[in-house]
Design a protein around this ligand. Structure first.
Ligand SMILES: Cc1cc2nc3c(=O)[nH]c(=O)nc-3n(C[C@H](O)[C@H](O)[C@H](O)COP(=O)(O)OP(=O)(O)OC[C@H]3O[C@@H](n4cnc5c(N)ncnc54)[C@H](O)[C@@H]3O)c2cc1C
Length: 478
Protein backbone atom coordinates (compact mmCIF):
# COMPACT_ATOMS: atom_id res chain seq x y z
CA UNK A 1 0.00 0.00 0.00
CA UNK A 2 1.07 3.54 -0.79
CA UNK A 3 -0.46 5.81 1.82
CA UNK A 4 -0.98 9.57 1.78
CA UNK A 5 -1.88 11.44 4.97
CA UNK A 6 -3.18 15.01 4.78
CA UNK A 7 -2.19 17.08 7.82
CA UNK A 8 0.48 16.53 10.49
CA UNK A 9 -1.67 17.42 13.50
CA UNK A 10 -2.33 14.92 16.33
CA UNK A 11 -4.78 12.87 14.20
CA UNK A 12 -2.66 12.64 11.02
CA UNK A 13 0.60 12.09 12.88
CA UNK A 14 -0.83 9.38 15.15
CA UNK A 15 -2.16 7.51 12.10
CA UNK A 16 1.26 7.88 10.46
CA UNK A 17 3.08 6.73 13.60
CA UNK A 18 0.99 3.59 13.93
CA UNK A 19 1.18 2.77 10.22
CA UNK A 20 4.91 3.53 9.89
CA UNK A 21 5.53 0.51 12.14
CA UNK A 22 4.46 -1.57 9.10
CA UNK A 23 6.68 0.05 6.44
CA UNK A 24 8.47 -2.67 4.50
CA UNK A 25 5.67 -5.14 5.33
CA UNK A 26 2.08 -4.41 4.21
CA UNK A 27 3.02 -0.77 3.60
CA UNK A 28 5.32 0.43 0.86
CA UNK A 29 5.36 4.16 1.62
CA UNK A 30 3.70 6.87 3.72
CA UNK A 31 3.78 10.49 2.61
CA UNK A 32 2.37 13.16 4.92
CA UNK A 33 1.53 16.54 3.41
CA UNK A 34 1.26 19.42 5.87
CA UNK A 35 0.30 22.98 4.92
CA UNK A 36 2.17 24.58 7.85
CA UNK A 37 5.92 24.76 8.25
CA UNK A 38 5.70 22.71 11.47
CA UNK A 39 3.99 19.59 12.86
CA UNK A 40 1.35 19.51 15.61
CA UNK A 41 -1.48 21.48 14.00
CA UNK A 42 -3.43 23.35 16.68
CA UNK A 43 -1.49 21.41 19.33
CA UNK A 44 1.83 23.02 18.46
CA UNK A 45 3.96 25.11 20.84
CA UNK A 46 5.98 28.17 19.97
CA UNK A 47 8.66 30.33 21.50
CA UNK A 48 7.64 33.85 22.50
CA UNK A 49 9.85 36.31 24.35
CA UNK A 50 12.18 33.48 25.28
CA UNK A 51 9.38 31.38 26.80
CA UNK A 52 7.38 28.40 25.50
CA UNK A 53 3.63 28.78 24.94
CA UNK A 54 0.80 26.76 23.38
CA UNK A 55 -2.06 27.93 21.15
CA UNK A 56 -4.29 28.70 24.14
CA UNK A 57 -4.48 26.25 27.06
CA UNK A 58 -3.76 22.64 26.07
CA UNK A 59 -4.48 20.24 28.90
CA UNK A 60 -4.06 16.64 27.78
CA UNK A 61 -6.51 14.27 29.43
CA UNK A 62 -7.83 10.85 28.56
CA UNK A 63 -9.27 7.88 30.40
CA UNK A 64 -8.58 5.64 27.42
CA UNK A 65 -5.77 3.18 28.04
CA UNK A 66 -4.54 2.95 24.42
CA UNK A 67 -4.43 6.76 24.10
CA UNK A 68 -2.59 7.20 27.39
CA UNK A 69 -0.12 4.42 26.55
CA UNK A 70 0.67 5.97 23.20
CA UNK A 71 1.14 9.42 24.79
CA UNK A 72 3.61 7.92 27.31
CA UNK A 73 5.39 5.97 24.55
CA UNK A 74 6.09 9.29 22.82
CA UNK A 75 6.68 11.63 25.76
CA UNK A 76 8.55 9.01 27.88
CA UNK A 77 9.42 10.76 31.16
CA UNK A 78 9.62 14.29 29.76
CA UNK A 79 6.47 15.39 31.54
CA UNK A 80 5.33 16.54 34.93
CA UNK A 81 2.01 16.86 36.72
CA UNK A 82 0.20 20.20 36.89
CA UNK A 83 -2.25 20.84 39.71
CA UNK A 84 -5.22 22.30 37.93
CA UNK A 85 -6.57 25.62 39.13
CA UNK A 86 -9.16 27.30 36.95
CA UNK A 87 -11.79 29.86 37.82
CA UNK A 88 -14.73 31.63 36.23
CA UNK A 89 -14.80 35.43 36.11
CA UNK A 90 -18.37 36.66 36.36
CA UNK A 91 -19.84 39.91 37.61
CA UNK A 92 -16.38 41.14 38.67
CA UNK A 93 -15.94 38.09 40.91
CA UNK A 94 -13.91 34.88 40.63
CA UNK A 95 -15.67 31.56 41.12
CA UNK A 96 -13.62 28.42 41.60
CA UNK A 97 -14.26 25.82 38.93
CA UNK A 98 -15.25 23.18 40.05
CA UNK A 99 -17.49 25.27 42.29
CA UNK A 100 -16.54 25.40 45.97
CA UNK A 101 -19.61 25.99 48.14
CA UNK A 102 -18.19 28.69 50.44
CA UNK A 103 -16.64 30.64 47.56
CA UNK A 104 -19.76 30.29 45.38
CA UNK A 105 -22.08 31.30 48.20
CA UNK A 106 -19.92 34.28 49.11
CA UNK A 107 -19.75 35.48 45.50
CA UNK A 108 -23.40 34.90 44.63
CA UNK A 109 -24.79 35.96 47.98
CA UNK A 110 -27.23 33.86 50.01
CA UNK A 111 -30.29 35.33 48.28
CA UNK A 112 -29.01 34.56 44.76
CA UNK A 113 -27.98 31.05 45.86
CA UNK A 114 -31.51 30.39 47.12
CA UNK A 115 -32.92 31.65 43.80
CA UNK A 116 -30.58 29.31 41.89
CA UNK A 117 -31.72 26.27 43.86
CA UNK A 118 -35.35 27.41 43.58
CA UNK A 119 -35.07 27.63 39.78
CA UNK A 120 -33.66 24.10 39.73
CA UNK A 121 -36.56 22.52 41.61
CA UNK A 122 -39.12 22.75 38.74
CA UNK A 123 -36.58 21.00 36.46
CA UNK A 124 -35.96 18.30 39.03
CA UNK A 125 -39.67 17.53 39.29
CA UNK A 126 -40.27 17.78 35.54
CA UNK A 127 -42.01 21.16 35.23
CA UNK A 128 -41.32 23.81 32.53
CA UNK A 129 -38.97 21.54 30.61
CA UNK A 130 -37.44 22.97 27.44
CA UNK A 131 -36.32 21.02 24.38
CA UNK A 132 -33.43 19.00 25.78
CA UNK A 133 -31.91 18.56 22.31
CA UNK A 134 -30.72 22.17 22.48
CA UNK A 135 -27.80 23.32 24.63
CA UNK A 136 -30.07 25.65 26.58
CA UNK A 137 -32.69 22.98 27.28
CA UNK A 138 -30.12 20.36 28.26
CA UNK A 139 -28.22 22.58 30.69
CA UNK A 140 -31.38 24.10 32.16
CA UNK A 141 -32.67 20.63 33.01
CA UNK A 142 -29.43 19.81 34.79
CA UNK A 143 -28.84 23.08 36.61
CA UNK A 144 -31.99 25.25 36.47
CA UNK A 145 -32.53 28.48 34.55
CA UNK A 146 -30.67 30.86 36.88
CA UNK A 147 -27.46 28.87 36.95
CA UNK A 148 -27.73 28.41 33.19
CA UNK A 149 -27.86 32.19 32.81
CA UNK A 150 -24.99 32.81 35.22
CA UNK A 151 -22.52 30.06 34.37
CA UNK A 152 -23.28 28.82 30.86
CA UNK A 153 -25.12 31.29 28.64
CA UNK A 154 -22.64 34.14 28.15
CA UNK A 155 -19.53 31.99 27.78
CA UNK A 156 -21.22 29.57 25.38
CA UNK A 157 -22.64 32.35 23.22
CA UNK A 158 -19.21 34.03 23.07
CA UNK A 159 -17.62 30.76 22.04
CA UNK A 160 -20.12 29.77 19.36
CA UNK A 161 -21.59 33.11 18.32
CA UNK A 162 -25.13 31.70 18.20
CA UNK A 163 -27.92 31.71 20.82
CA UNK A 164 -27.89 28.69 23.15
CA UNK A 165 -31.32 27.55 21.92
CA UNK A 166 -29.87 27.28 18.40
CA UNK A 167 -26.93 25.16 19.59
CA UNK A 168 -27.12 21.36 19.64
CA UNK A 169 -27.09 19.56 23.00
CA UNK A 170 -24.12 17.47 21.77
CA UNK A 171 -21.75 20.22 22.89
CA UNK A 172 -23.16 20.07 26.43
CA UNK A 173 -23.15 16.27 26.52
CA UNK A 174 -19.52 16.19 25.47
CA UNK A 175 -18.18 18.87 27.77
CA UNK A 176 -20.45 18.96 30.81
CA UNK A 177 -21.26 15.27 31.09
CA UNK A 178 -24.04 14.05 33.28
CA UNK A 179 -23.29 16.29 36.22
CA UNK A 180 -26.37 17.96 37.67
CA UNK A 181 -26.76 20.67 40.28
CA UNK A 182 -27.52 18.15 43.01
CA UNK A 183 -24.44 16.08 42.06
CA UNK A 184 -22.29 19.22 41.85
CA UNK A 185 -23.31 20.20 45.37
CA UNK A 186 -22.73 16.67 46.71
CA UNK A 187 -19.37 16.46 44.95
CA UNK A 188 -18.36 19.90 46.25
CA UNK A 189 -18.98 18.80 49.83
CA UNK A 190 -17.23 15.47 49.08
CA UNK A 191 -20.28 13.24 49.49
CA UNK A 192 -19.68 11.65 46.10
CA UNK A 193 -16.47 10.91 44.20
CA UNK A 194 -15.89 13.94 41.97
CA UNK A 195 -13.16 12.15 39.97
CA UNK A 196 -15.86 10.36 38.02
CA UNK A 197 -16.51 13.61 36.16
CA UNK A 198 -13.90 14.35 33.54
CA UNK A 199 -14.41 18.09 33.65
CA UNK A 200 -13.54 18.10 37.36
CA UNK A 201 -10.17 16.27 37.15
CA UNK A 202 -7.76 18.24 39.32
CA UNK A 203 -4.34 17.12 38.07
CA UNK A 204 -3.03 16.51 34.58
CA UNK A 205 0.16 15.39 32.85
CA UNK A 206 1.87 18.06 30.76
CA UNK A 207 5.03 17.80 28.60
CA UNK A 208 7.97 19.75 30.06
CA UNK A 209 8.51 21.72 26.83
CA UNK A 210 4.90 22.39 25.88
CA UNK A 211 2.16 20.43 24.17
CA UNK A 212 3.93 20.65 20.80
CA UNK A 213 6.76 18.47 22.18
CA UNK A 214 4.50 15.41 21.80
CA UNK A 215 3.98 15.98 18.10
CA UNK A 216 7.54 17.08 17.37
CA UNK A 217 8.72 13.79 18.91
CA UNK A 218 6.06 11.89 16.99
CA UNK A 219 7.22 13.52 13.75
CA UNK A 220 10.84 12.52 14.41
CA UNK A 221 9.85 8.94 15.25
CA UNK A 222 7.70 8.68 12.10
CA UNK A 223 10.60 9.88 9.96
CA UNK A 224 12.96 7.45 11.65
CA UNK A 225 10.63 4.60 10.68
CA UNK A 226 10.63 5.76 7.05
CA UNK A 227 7.57 8.00 6.67
CA UNK A 228 8.16 11.17 4.63
CA UNK A 229 6.74 14.37 6.07
CA UNK A 230 6.46 17.23 3.60
CA UNK A 231 6.00 20.54 5.44
CA UNK A 232 4.68 23.70 3.73
CA UNK A 233 2.96 21.45 1.16
CA UNK A 234 -0.81 22.01 1.13
CA UNK A 235 -3.02 19.46 -0.60
CA UNK A 236 -5.46 20.92 -3.08
CA UNK A 237 -7.77 17.95 -3.70
CA UNK A 238 -8.21 14.21 -3.48
CA UNK A 239 -8.46 12.42 -6.83
CA UNK A 240 -10.90 9.53 -7.21
CA UNK A 241 -12.08 7.29 -10.04
CA UNK A 242 -15.23 5.17 -9.90
CA UNK A 243 -15.59 5.81 -6.18
CA UNK A 244 -12.06 4.70 -5.42
CA UNK A 245 -9.12 6.80 -4.21
CA UNK A 246 -6.41 7.38 -6.85
CA UNK A 247 -4.20 9.94 -5.12
CA UNK A 248 -4.00 13.64 -4.33
CA UNK A 249 -3.15 16.85 -6.16
CA UNK A 250 -0.95 19.40 -4.48
CA UNK A 251 -1.58 23.12 -4.75
CA UNK A 252 0.90 23.31 -7.65
CA UNK A 253 -1.09 20.63 -9.59
CA UNK A 254 1.49 17.89 -8.93
CA UNK A 255 -0.30 14.53 -8.71
CA UNK A 256 0.76 12.01 -6.04
CA UNK A 257 -0.67 8.50 -6.55
CA UNK A 258 -1.95 6.62 -3.49
CA UNK A 259 -3.90 3.48 -2.60
CA UNK A 260 -5.18 4.98 0.65
CA UNK A 261 -5.78 8.62 1.65
CA UNK A 262 -6.28 9.66 5.28
CA UNK A 263 -7.45 13.25 5.45
CA UNK A 264 -7.44 15.60 8.43
CA UNK A 265 -8.00 18.75 6.34
CA UNK A 266 -11.35 20.53 6.92
CA UNK A 267 -14.12 18.09 5.96
CA UNK A 268 -16.11 20.67 4.02
CA UNK A 269 -13.10 21.66 1.85
CA UNK A 270 -12.03 18.08 1.31
CA UNK A 271 -15.50 17.02 0.16
CA UNK A 272 -16.22 20.18 -1.86
CA UNK A 273 -13.14 19.49 -4.02
CA UNK A 274 -13.91 15.82 -4.75
CA UNK A 275 -14.45 15.09 -8.46
CA UNK A 276 -18.05 14.45 -9.63
CA UNK A 277 -19.55 15.55 -6.31
CA UNK A 278 -23.36 15.16 -6.38
CA UNK A 279 -25.11 18.53 -6.11
CA UNK A 280 -27.12 17.66 -2.93
CA UNK A 281 -23.88 16.82 -1.10
CA UNK A 282 -22.23 20.03 -2.33
CA UNK A 283 -25.18 21.95 -0.85
CA UNK A 284 -24.89 20.10 2.46
CA UNK A 285 -21.15 20.67 2.94
CA UNK A 286 -21.60 24.35 2.18
CA UNK A 287 -23.77 24.53 5.33
CA UNK A 288 -21.09 23.24 7.71
CA UNK A 289 -19.70 26.13 9.75
CA UNK A 290 -16.46 26.69 11.60
CA UNK A 291 -15.67 29.25 14.28
CA UNK A 292 -12.32 31.03 14.27
CA UNK A 293 -10.07 31.81 17.25
CA UNK A 294 -7.90 34.86 17.72
CA UNK A 295 -5.13 34.47 20.28
CA UNK A 296 -3.61 37.63 21.73
CA UNK A 297 -0.40 36.98 23.67
CA UNK A 298 0.73 39.63 26.15
CA UNK A 299 4.07 39.74 27.92
CA UNK A 300 3.35 41.18 31.37
CA UNK A 301 6.09 42.55 33.59
CA UNK A 302 5.44 40.40 36.66
CA UNK A 303 6.16 36.81 37.63
CA UNK A 304 3.28 36.58 40.10
CA UNK A 305 -0.06 37.72 38.72
CA UNK A 306 -2.72 35.12 39.55
CA UNK A 307 -2.49 31.38 40.26
CA UNK A 308 -4.80 29.85 37.60
CA UNK A 309 -3.63 28.00 34.46
CA UNK A 310 -6.60 29.61 32.75
CA UNK A 311 -9.71 31.61 33.64
CA UNK A 312 -13.06 31.48 31.84
CA UNK A 313 -14.45 34.96 31.24
CA UNK A 314 -18.23 34.77 31.50
CA UNK A 315 -18.69 38.50 31.93
CA UNK A 316 -20.55 39.88 28.92
CA UNK A 317 -18.95 43.31 29.23
CA UNK A 318 -15.74 41.71 27.97
CA UNK A 319 -15.28 40.15 24.53
CA UNK A 320 -12.51 37.79 25.56
CA UNK A 321 -13.65 34.30 26.57
CA UNK A 322 -10.60 32.80 28.26
CA UNK A 323 -7.26 33.97 29.64
CA UNK A 324 -4.33 31.56 29.98
CA UNK A 325 -1.36 32.23 32.23
CA UNK A 326 1.59 30.13 31.01
CA UNK A 327 3.55 31.04 34.16
CA UNK A 328 1.36 28.52 36.04
CA UNK A 329 1.98 25.43 33.91
CA UNK A 330 5.57 24.21 34.39
CA UNK A 331 8.76 26.17 35.20
CA UNK A 332 10.47 24.53 32.19
CA UNK A 333 8.31 26.77 29.98
CA UNK A 334 9.72 30.06 31.30
CA UNK A 335 13.20 29.16 32.61
CA UNK A 336 14.93 32.23 34.05
CA UNK A 337 12.53 34.79 32.54
CA UNK A 338 10.78 37.09 35.02
CA UNK A 339 7.69 38.04 33.02
CA UNK A 340 4.34 36.22 32.60
CA UNK A 341 3.04 35.41 29.15
CA UNK A 342 -0.75 35.54 29.06
CA UNK A 343 -2.97 34.49 26.16
CA UNK A 344 -6.41 36.04 25.66
CA UNK A 345 -8.85 34.21 23.40
CA UNK A 346 -11.45 35.76 21.12
CA UNK A 347 -13.83 33.80 18.90
CA UNK A 348 -15.53 34.97 15.71
CA UNK A 349 -16.70 34.09 12.18
CA UNK A 350 -14.95 35.18 8.98
CA UNK A 351 -17.49 37.93 8.41
CA UNK A 352 -17.20 39.44 11.93
CA UNK A 353 -15.46 42.77 12.45
CA UNK A 354 -13.14 41.21 15.03
CA UNK A 355 -11.61 38.90 12.39
CA UNK A 356 -10.64 41.94 10.29
CA UNK A 357 -8.94 43.87 13.13
CA UNK A 358 -5.20 44.52 12.78
CA UNK A 359 -2.66 43.14 15.24
CA UNK A 360 -2.27 46.60 16.80
CA UNK A 361 -6.05 46.97 17.33
CA UNK A 362 -6.35 43.49 18.83
CA UNK A 363 -3.47 44.06 21.25
CA UNK A 364 -5.04 47.34 22.32
CA UNK A 365 -8.40 45.63 22.91
CA UNK A 366 -6.79 42.80 24.89
CA UNK A 367 -4.71 45.18 27.06
CA UNK A 368 -7.80 47.24 27.94
CA UNK A 369 -9.85 44.16 28.76
CA UNK A 370 -7.06 42.61 30.83
CA UNK A 371 -6.76 45.72 33.01
CA UNK A 372 -10.58 45.81 33.33
CA UNK A 373 -10.62 42.33 34.89
CA UNK A 374 -8.26 43.50 37.63
CA UNK A 375 -6.08 40.42 37.02
CA UNK A 376 -3.23 42.79 36.16
CA UNK A 377 -3.02 45.96 38.28
CA UNK A 378 -2.77 49.15 36.19
CA UNK A 379 0.73 49.93 37.49
CA UNK A 380 2.14 46.72 35.96
CA UNK A 381 3.32 47.19 32.38
CA UNK A 382 2.33 45.03 29.46
CA UNK A 383 5.57 45.04 27.53
CA UNK A 384 4.82 43.25 24.26
CA UNK A 385 1.97 41.72 22.33
CA UNK A 386 1.51 39.27 19.49
CA UNK A 387 -1.57 37.85 17.75
CA UNK A 388 -2.23 34.53 16.05
CA UNK A 389 -5.39 33.92 14.04
CA UNK A 390 -6.62 30.31 13.85
CA UNK A 391 -8.98 29.83 10.96
CA UNK A 392 -11.66 27.11 11.36
CA UNK A 393 -10.66 26.06 14.88
CA UNK A 394 -14.10 24.92 16.12
CA UNK A 395 -16.64 22.88 14.09
CA UNK A 396 -20.00 24.38 15.05
CA UNK A 397 -22.64 22.03 16.49
CA UNK A 398 -25.60 24.14 15.39
CA UNK A 399 -29.09 22.76 16.09
CA UNK A 400 -29.74 19.64 13.97
CA UNK A 401 -26.25 19.76 12.42
CA UNK A 402 -26.29 15.97 12.22
CA UNK A 403 -29.01 16.11 9.56
CA UNK A 404 -26.48 17.96 7.39
CA UNK A 405 -23.46 15.93 8.44
CA UNK A 406 -24.78 12.39 8.11
CA UNK A 407 -25.31 12.41 4.31
CA UNK A 408 -21.82 13.88 3.95
CA UNK A 409 -20.39 11.09 6.10
CA UNK A 410 -22.23 8.51 4.01
CA UNK A 411 -20.83 10.00 0.83
CA UNK A 412 -17.26 9.87 2.20
CA UNK A 413 -17.88 6.24 3.26
CA UNK A 414 -18.90 5.43 -0.31
CA UNK A 415 -15.41 6.26 -1.59
CA UNK A 416 -13.15 3.27 -1.17
CA UNK A 417 -9.94 3.80 0.83
CA UNK A 418 -10.73 7.39 1.82
CA UNK A 419 -10.77 8.14 5.57
CA UNK A 420 -11.68 11.45 7.24
CA UNK A 421 -10.31 11.98 10.75
CA UNK A 422 -9.52 14.82 13.17
CA UNK A 423 -11.15 17.90 14.61
CA UNK A 424 -12.10 19.80 11.50
CA UNK A 425 -11.21 16.74 9.40
CA UNK A 426 -14.18 14.76 10.73
CA UNK A 427 -16.19 17.79 11.92
CA UNK A 428 -15.91 16.70 15.57
CA UNK A 429 -15.26 18.97 18.55
CA UNK A 430 -12.16 16.91 19.39
CA UNK A 431 -9.59 17.37 22.07
CA UNK A 432 -6.12 15.96 21.41
CA UNK A 433 -7.06 12.60 22.90
CA UNK A 434 -10.00 12.15 20.51
CA UNK A 435 -7.81 12.98 17.52
CA UNK A 436 -5.12 10.56 18.77
CA UNK A 437 -7.78 7.87 19.15
CA UNK A 438 -8.99 8.52 15.61
CA UNK A 439 -5.37 8.12 14.41
CA UNK A 440 -4.99 4.81 16.25
CA UNK A 441 -8.28 3.45 14.93
CA UNK A 442 -7.88 4.55 11.33
CA UNK A 443 -4.53 2.73 11.25
CA UNK A 444 -6.28 -0.47 12.41
CA UNK A 445 -8.87 -0.06 9.65
CA UNK A 446 -6.20 0.52 6.98
CA UNK A 447 -4.28 -2.55 8.15
CA UNK A 448 -7.49 -4.58 7.95
CA UNK A 449 -7.36 -5.66 11.60
CA UNK A 450 -10.57 -3.83 12.51
CA UNK A 451 -13.54 -2.10 10.96
CA UNK A 452 -14.17 0.78 13.34
CA UNK A 453 -16.81 3.33 12.53
CA UNK A 454 -14.53 6.34 12.87
CA UNK A 455 -17.46 8.77 12.91
CA UNK A 456 -18.52 7.28 16.25
CA UNK A 457 -15.37 8.44 18.06
CA UNK A 458 -16.14 11.29 20.42
CA UNK A 459 -19.86 10.66 20.34
CA UNK A 460 -20.06 7.90 22.92
CA UNK A 461 -19.89 10.28 25.81
CA UNK A 462 -20.36 7.72 28.58
CA UNK A 463 -17.68 5.27 27.47
CA UNK A 464 -15.31 8.22 27.32
CA UNK A 465 -15.46 8.26 31.12
CA UNK A 466 -13.09 5.31 31.39
CA UNK A 467 -10.64 3.98 33.78
CA UNK A 468 -6.93 4.70 33.35
CA UNK A 469 -5.08 7.93 33.98
CA UNK A 470 -1.52 9.21 33.64
CA UNK A 471 0.15 9.95 36.97
CA UNK A 472 3.65 11.14 37.90
CA UNK A 473 4.86 7.55 37.92
CA UNK A 474 3.12 6.42 34.71
CA UNK A 475 -0.19 4.83 33.85
CA UNK A 476 -2.52 3.95 36.70
CA UNK A 477 -5.64 1.82 36.40
CA UNK A 478 -8.47 3.23 38.48
C1 LIG B 1 -7.64 27.60 21.70
C2 LIG B 1 -7.65 26.09 21.74
C3 LIG B 1 -7.56 25.43 22.96
C4 LIG B 1 -7.54 24.04 23.01
N1 LIG B 1 -7.42 23.42 24.22
C5 LIG B 1 -7.29 22.08 24.27
C6 LIG B 1 -7.07 21.42 25.52
O1 LIG B 1 -7.02 22.02 26.59
N2 LIG B 1 -6.90 20.07 25.49
C7 LIG B 1 -6.92 19.34 24.33
O2 LIG B 1 -6.69 18.13 24.38
N3 LIG B 1 -7.17 19.94 23.16
C8 LIG B 1 -7.36 21.28 23.10
N4 LIG B 1 -7.59 21.90 21.90
C9 LIG B 1 -7.87 21.06 20.73
C10 LIG B 1 -6.63 20.53 20.02
O3 LIG B 1 -5.83 21.60 19.60
C11 LIG B 1 -7.12 19.71 18.85
O4 LIG B 1 -8.04 18.74 19.30
C12 LIG B 1 -6.06 18.95 18.07
O5 LIG B 1 -4.98 19.75 17.67
C13 LIG B 1 -6.75 18.35 16.86
O6 LIG B 1 -5.84 17.60 16.11
P1 LIG B 1 -6.16 17.29 14.59
O7 LIG B 1 -4.99 16.57 14.05
O8 LIG B 1 -7.48 16.67 14.53
O9 LIG B 1 -6.32 18.71 13.90
P2 LIG B 1 -5.29 19.90 13.78
O10 LIG B 1 -4.49 20.08 15.00
O11 LIG B 1 -6.11 21.06 13.31
O12 LIG B 1 -4.33 19.45 12.60
C14 LIG B 1 -4.75 19.42 11.26
C15 LIG B 1 -3.53 19.69 10.38
O13 LIG B 1 -3.94 19.61 9.00
C16 LIG B 1 -3.25 20.62 8.28
N5 LIG B 1 -3.99 20.91 7.04
C17 LIG B 1 -5.20 21.49 6.91
N6 LIG B 1 -5.54 21.60 5.61
C18 LIG B 1 -4.51 21.07 4.90
C19 LIG B 1 -4.27 20.88 3.52
N7 LIG B 1 -5.15 21.27 2.59
N8 LIG B 1 -3.12 20.30 3.15
C20 LIG B 1 -2.19 19.89 4.07
N9 LIG B 1 -2.38 20.05 5.41
C21 LIG B 1 -3.51 20.62 5.80
C22 LIG B 1 -3.22 21.79 9.25
O14 LIG B 1 -2.21 22.71 8.90
C23 LIG B 1 -2.95 21.09 10.57
O15 LIG B 1 -1.58 20.98 10.85
C24 LIG B 1 -7.65 23.29 21.81
C25 LIG B 1 -7.76 23.95 20.59
C26 LIG B 1 -7.78 25.33 20.55
C27 LIG B 1 -7.91 26.02 19.23
Amino acid sequence: MKIVVIGAGPAGLTATYQLAKHIGKEIESIDVFEANGYAGGMSTSLELWNQKVDLGPHRFFSNDETVNKLWLEIVENEYDMVKRLTRIYYNKKFFYYPLKPVNALKNLGAWEAVRCVASYIPQKIGLNRQDKDTFEGWVTQKFGKRLFNIFFKTYTEKLWGIPCDKLDADFAMQRIKKLSLSEAILSAISLIDNKKHKTLADEFAYPKYGTGYVYEQMRLKCEKMGAKIHLKTPVHRIQTEENKVKGISLADQVFVPADVVISSMPLSLMVAHLPDLPEPIRKKVAQLKYRNTILVYLNVNSDNLFPDQWIYIHDNQLQTGRITNFRNWLPTLYGNEKTSVLCMEYWCYDEDKLWQLSEKELIELACNELYQTGLVPKNIAIEQGKTIKLHRSYPVYFRNYKEILEPVQEYVNSIQNLYAIGRYGAYKYNNQDHSILMGIKVAENVLGIAQHNLWDINTDYDIYQEKTIITKTGLRKE
